[in-house]
Design a protein around this ligand. Structure first.
Ligand SMILES: NC(=O)c1ccc[n+]([C@@H]2O[C@H](COP(=O)([O-])OP(=O)(O)OC[C@H]3O[C@@H](n4cnc5c(N)ncnc54)[C@H](OP(=O)(O)O)[C@@H]3O)[C@@H](O)[C@H]2O)c1
Length: 269
């Protein structure tokens, strides 16, 4: 693994969604820059694979699998890790799941499941970690939204809503904790070539099982990870991650009528 400037030497990061895609690529960036990393997802074997891929630096990784949709024991889980590491510098919430189902086909239990993973899972871990960061008067917490966390989009009702909710939570977290020197960044990815559409849930709660055409033109997870690291180092509160597709964000903000004329015609699968 190619070594980079050790900007994160001596720092601890906790990365969720670390078993694939953007989260996995971020693990390698942090490790290459000298950090020690706790990695989480619901896929224990996937985490072990990522750890093994870190080669000589795999001893700097601790695997902590847990399900974001069941965070009833999260305070104990965080306490155990904090006893081991002492201080956490970065919490990088990447884990999440997408949706490919119209509103009229989506049962309420599925809306709730997507919110449990994307919103409640993320804020539960954040709330469990926050008191430790406050006690050290330092820390940086990252959450992952989406461009569809900035507007509604066909087949993504619960996904879009769960990501929009994260903006409200993390803006509040920032405002309440400026005094505690806690920094926050919200990632707004456009299209990144990962398995996100493959694992997206259909109206039955099963995997969509297809790679969306649009995603094939997305940036690589490695490029996404480099953009994210740059944004974190610059302490940006919002980090746009993607290519030309991000233009839609400006259209939505500056020319909403045009957005609503075209958005339902954009490819949603
Ligand atoms: N790729 C894009 O174009 C794009 C665009 C906008 C936003 N995003 C956001 O970026 C983040 C990362 O997605 P990705 O593109 O890297 O997709 P990915 O390759 O599918 O990765 C998703 C990660 O989230 C984890 N995860 C999903 N459900 C979980 C659960 N119940 N408990 C614990 N972990 C869970 C997965 O682990 P398991 O193996 O355990 O399921 C996996 O590590 C997501 O929040 C996604 O919404 C991605």
């Amino acid at each position: 693994m190619k070594k980079k400037h050790e900007t994160f030497s001596g720092k601890y990061a906790w990365i969720t969604g670390a078993s694939s895609g953007i989260g996995e690529a971020l693990v390698y960036e942090f490790i290459n820059r000298g950090a020690k990393v706790i990695i989480s997802s619901n896929d224990e074997q996937g985490l072990e694979r990522v750890k093994a891929a870190c080669g000589g630096r795999s001893s700097e990784i601790i695997c902590v699998p847990f399900d974001l949709s069941d965070t009833s024991d999260i305070a104990n889980l965080v306490e155990r890790q904090m006893k081991i590491i002492g201080k956490l510098d970065y919490l990088i919430n990447i884990g999440g799941i997408s949706q490919r189902a119209r509103i009229d086909e989506t049962p309420m239990w599925l809306d709730r499941k997507i919110f449990e993973i994307n919103y409640f899972g993320t804020i539960a871990l954040t709330k469990a970690v926050l008191p430790y960061m406050i006690s050290h008067k330092s820390g940086h917490i990252v959450a992952t939204s989406s461009i569809t966390g900035r507007f509604g989009f066909p087949l993504r009702s619960a996904y879009s809503a769960s990501k929009q909710a994260l903006h409200g939570f993390f803006e509040t977290l920032f405002l309440e904790n400026k005094i505690n020197n806690i920094r926050t960044s919200v990632l707004i990815p456009g299209r990144v070539r990962t398995n996100i559409s493959f694992h997206a849930l259909n109206s039955e709660g099963k995997e969509h099982g297809k790679m969306d055409e649009g995603l094939l033109n997305g940036i690589t997870p490695e490029k996404a990870a480099r953009i994210i690291i740059r944004g974190i180092k610059r302490n940006k509160r919002e980090i746009l991650v993607g290519g030309g597709e991000l233009t839609i964000l400006y259209i939505r903000r500056i020319c909403p009528w045009f957005f609503f004329r075209i958005a339902d015609k954009l490819k949603s699968t």
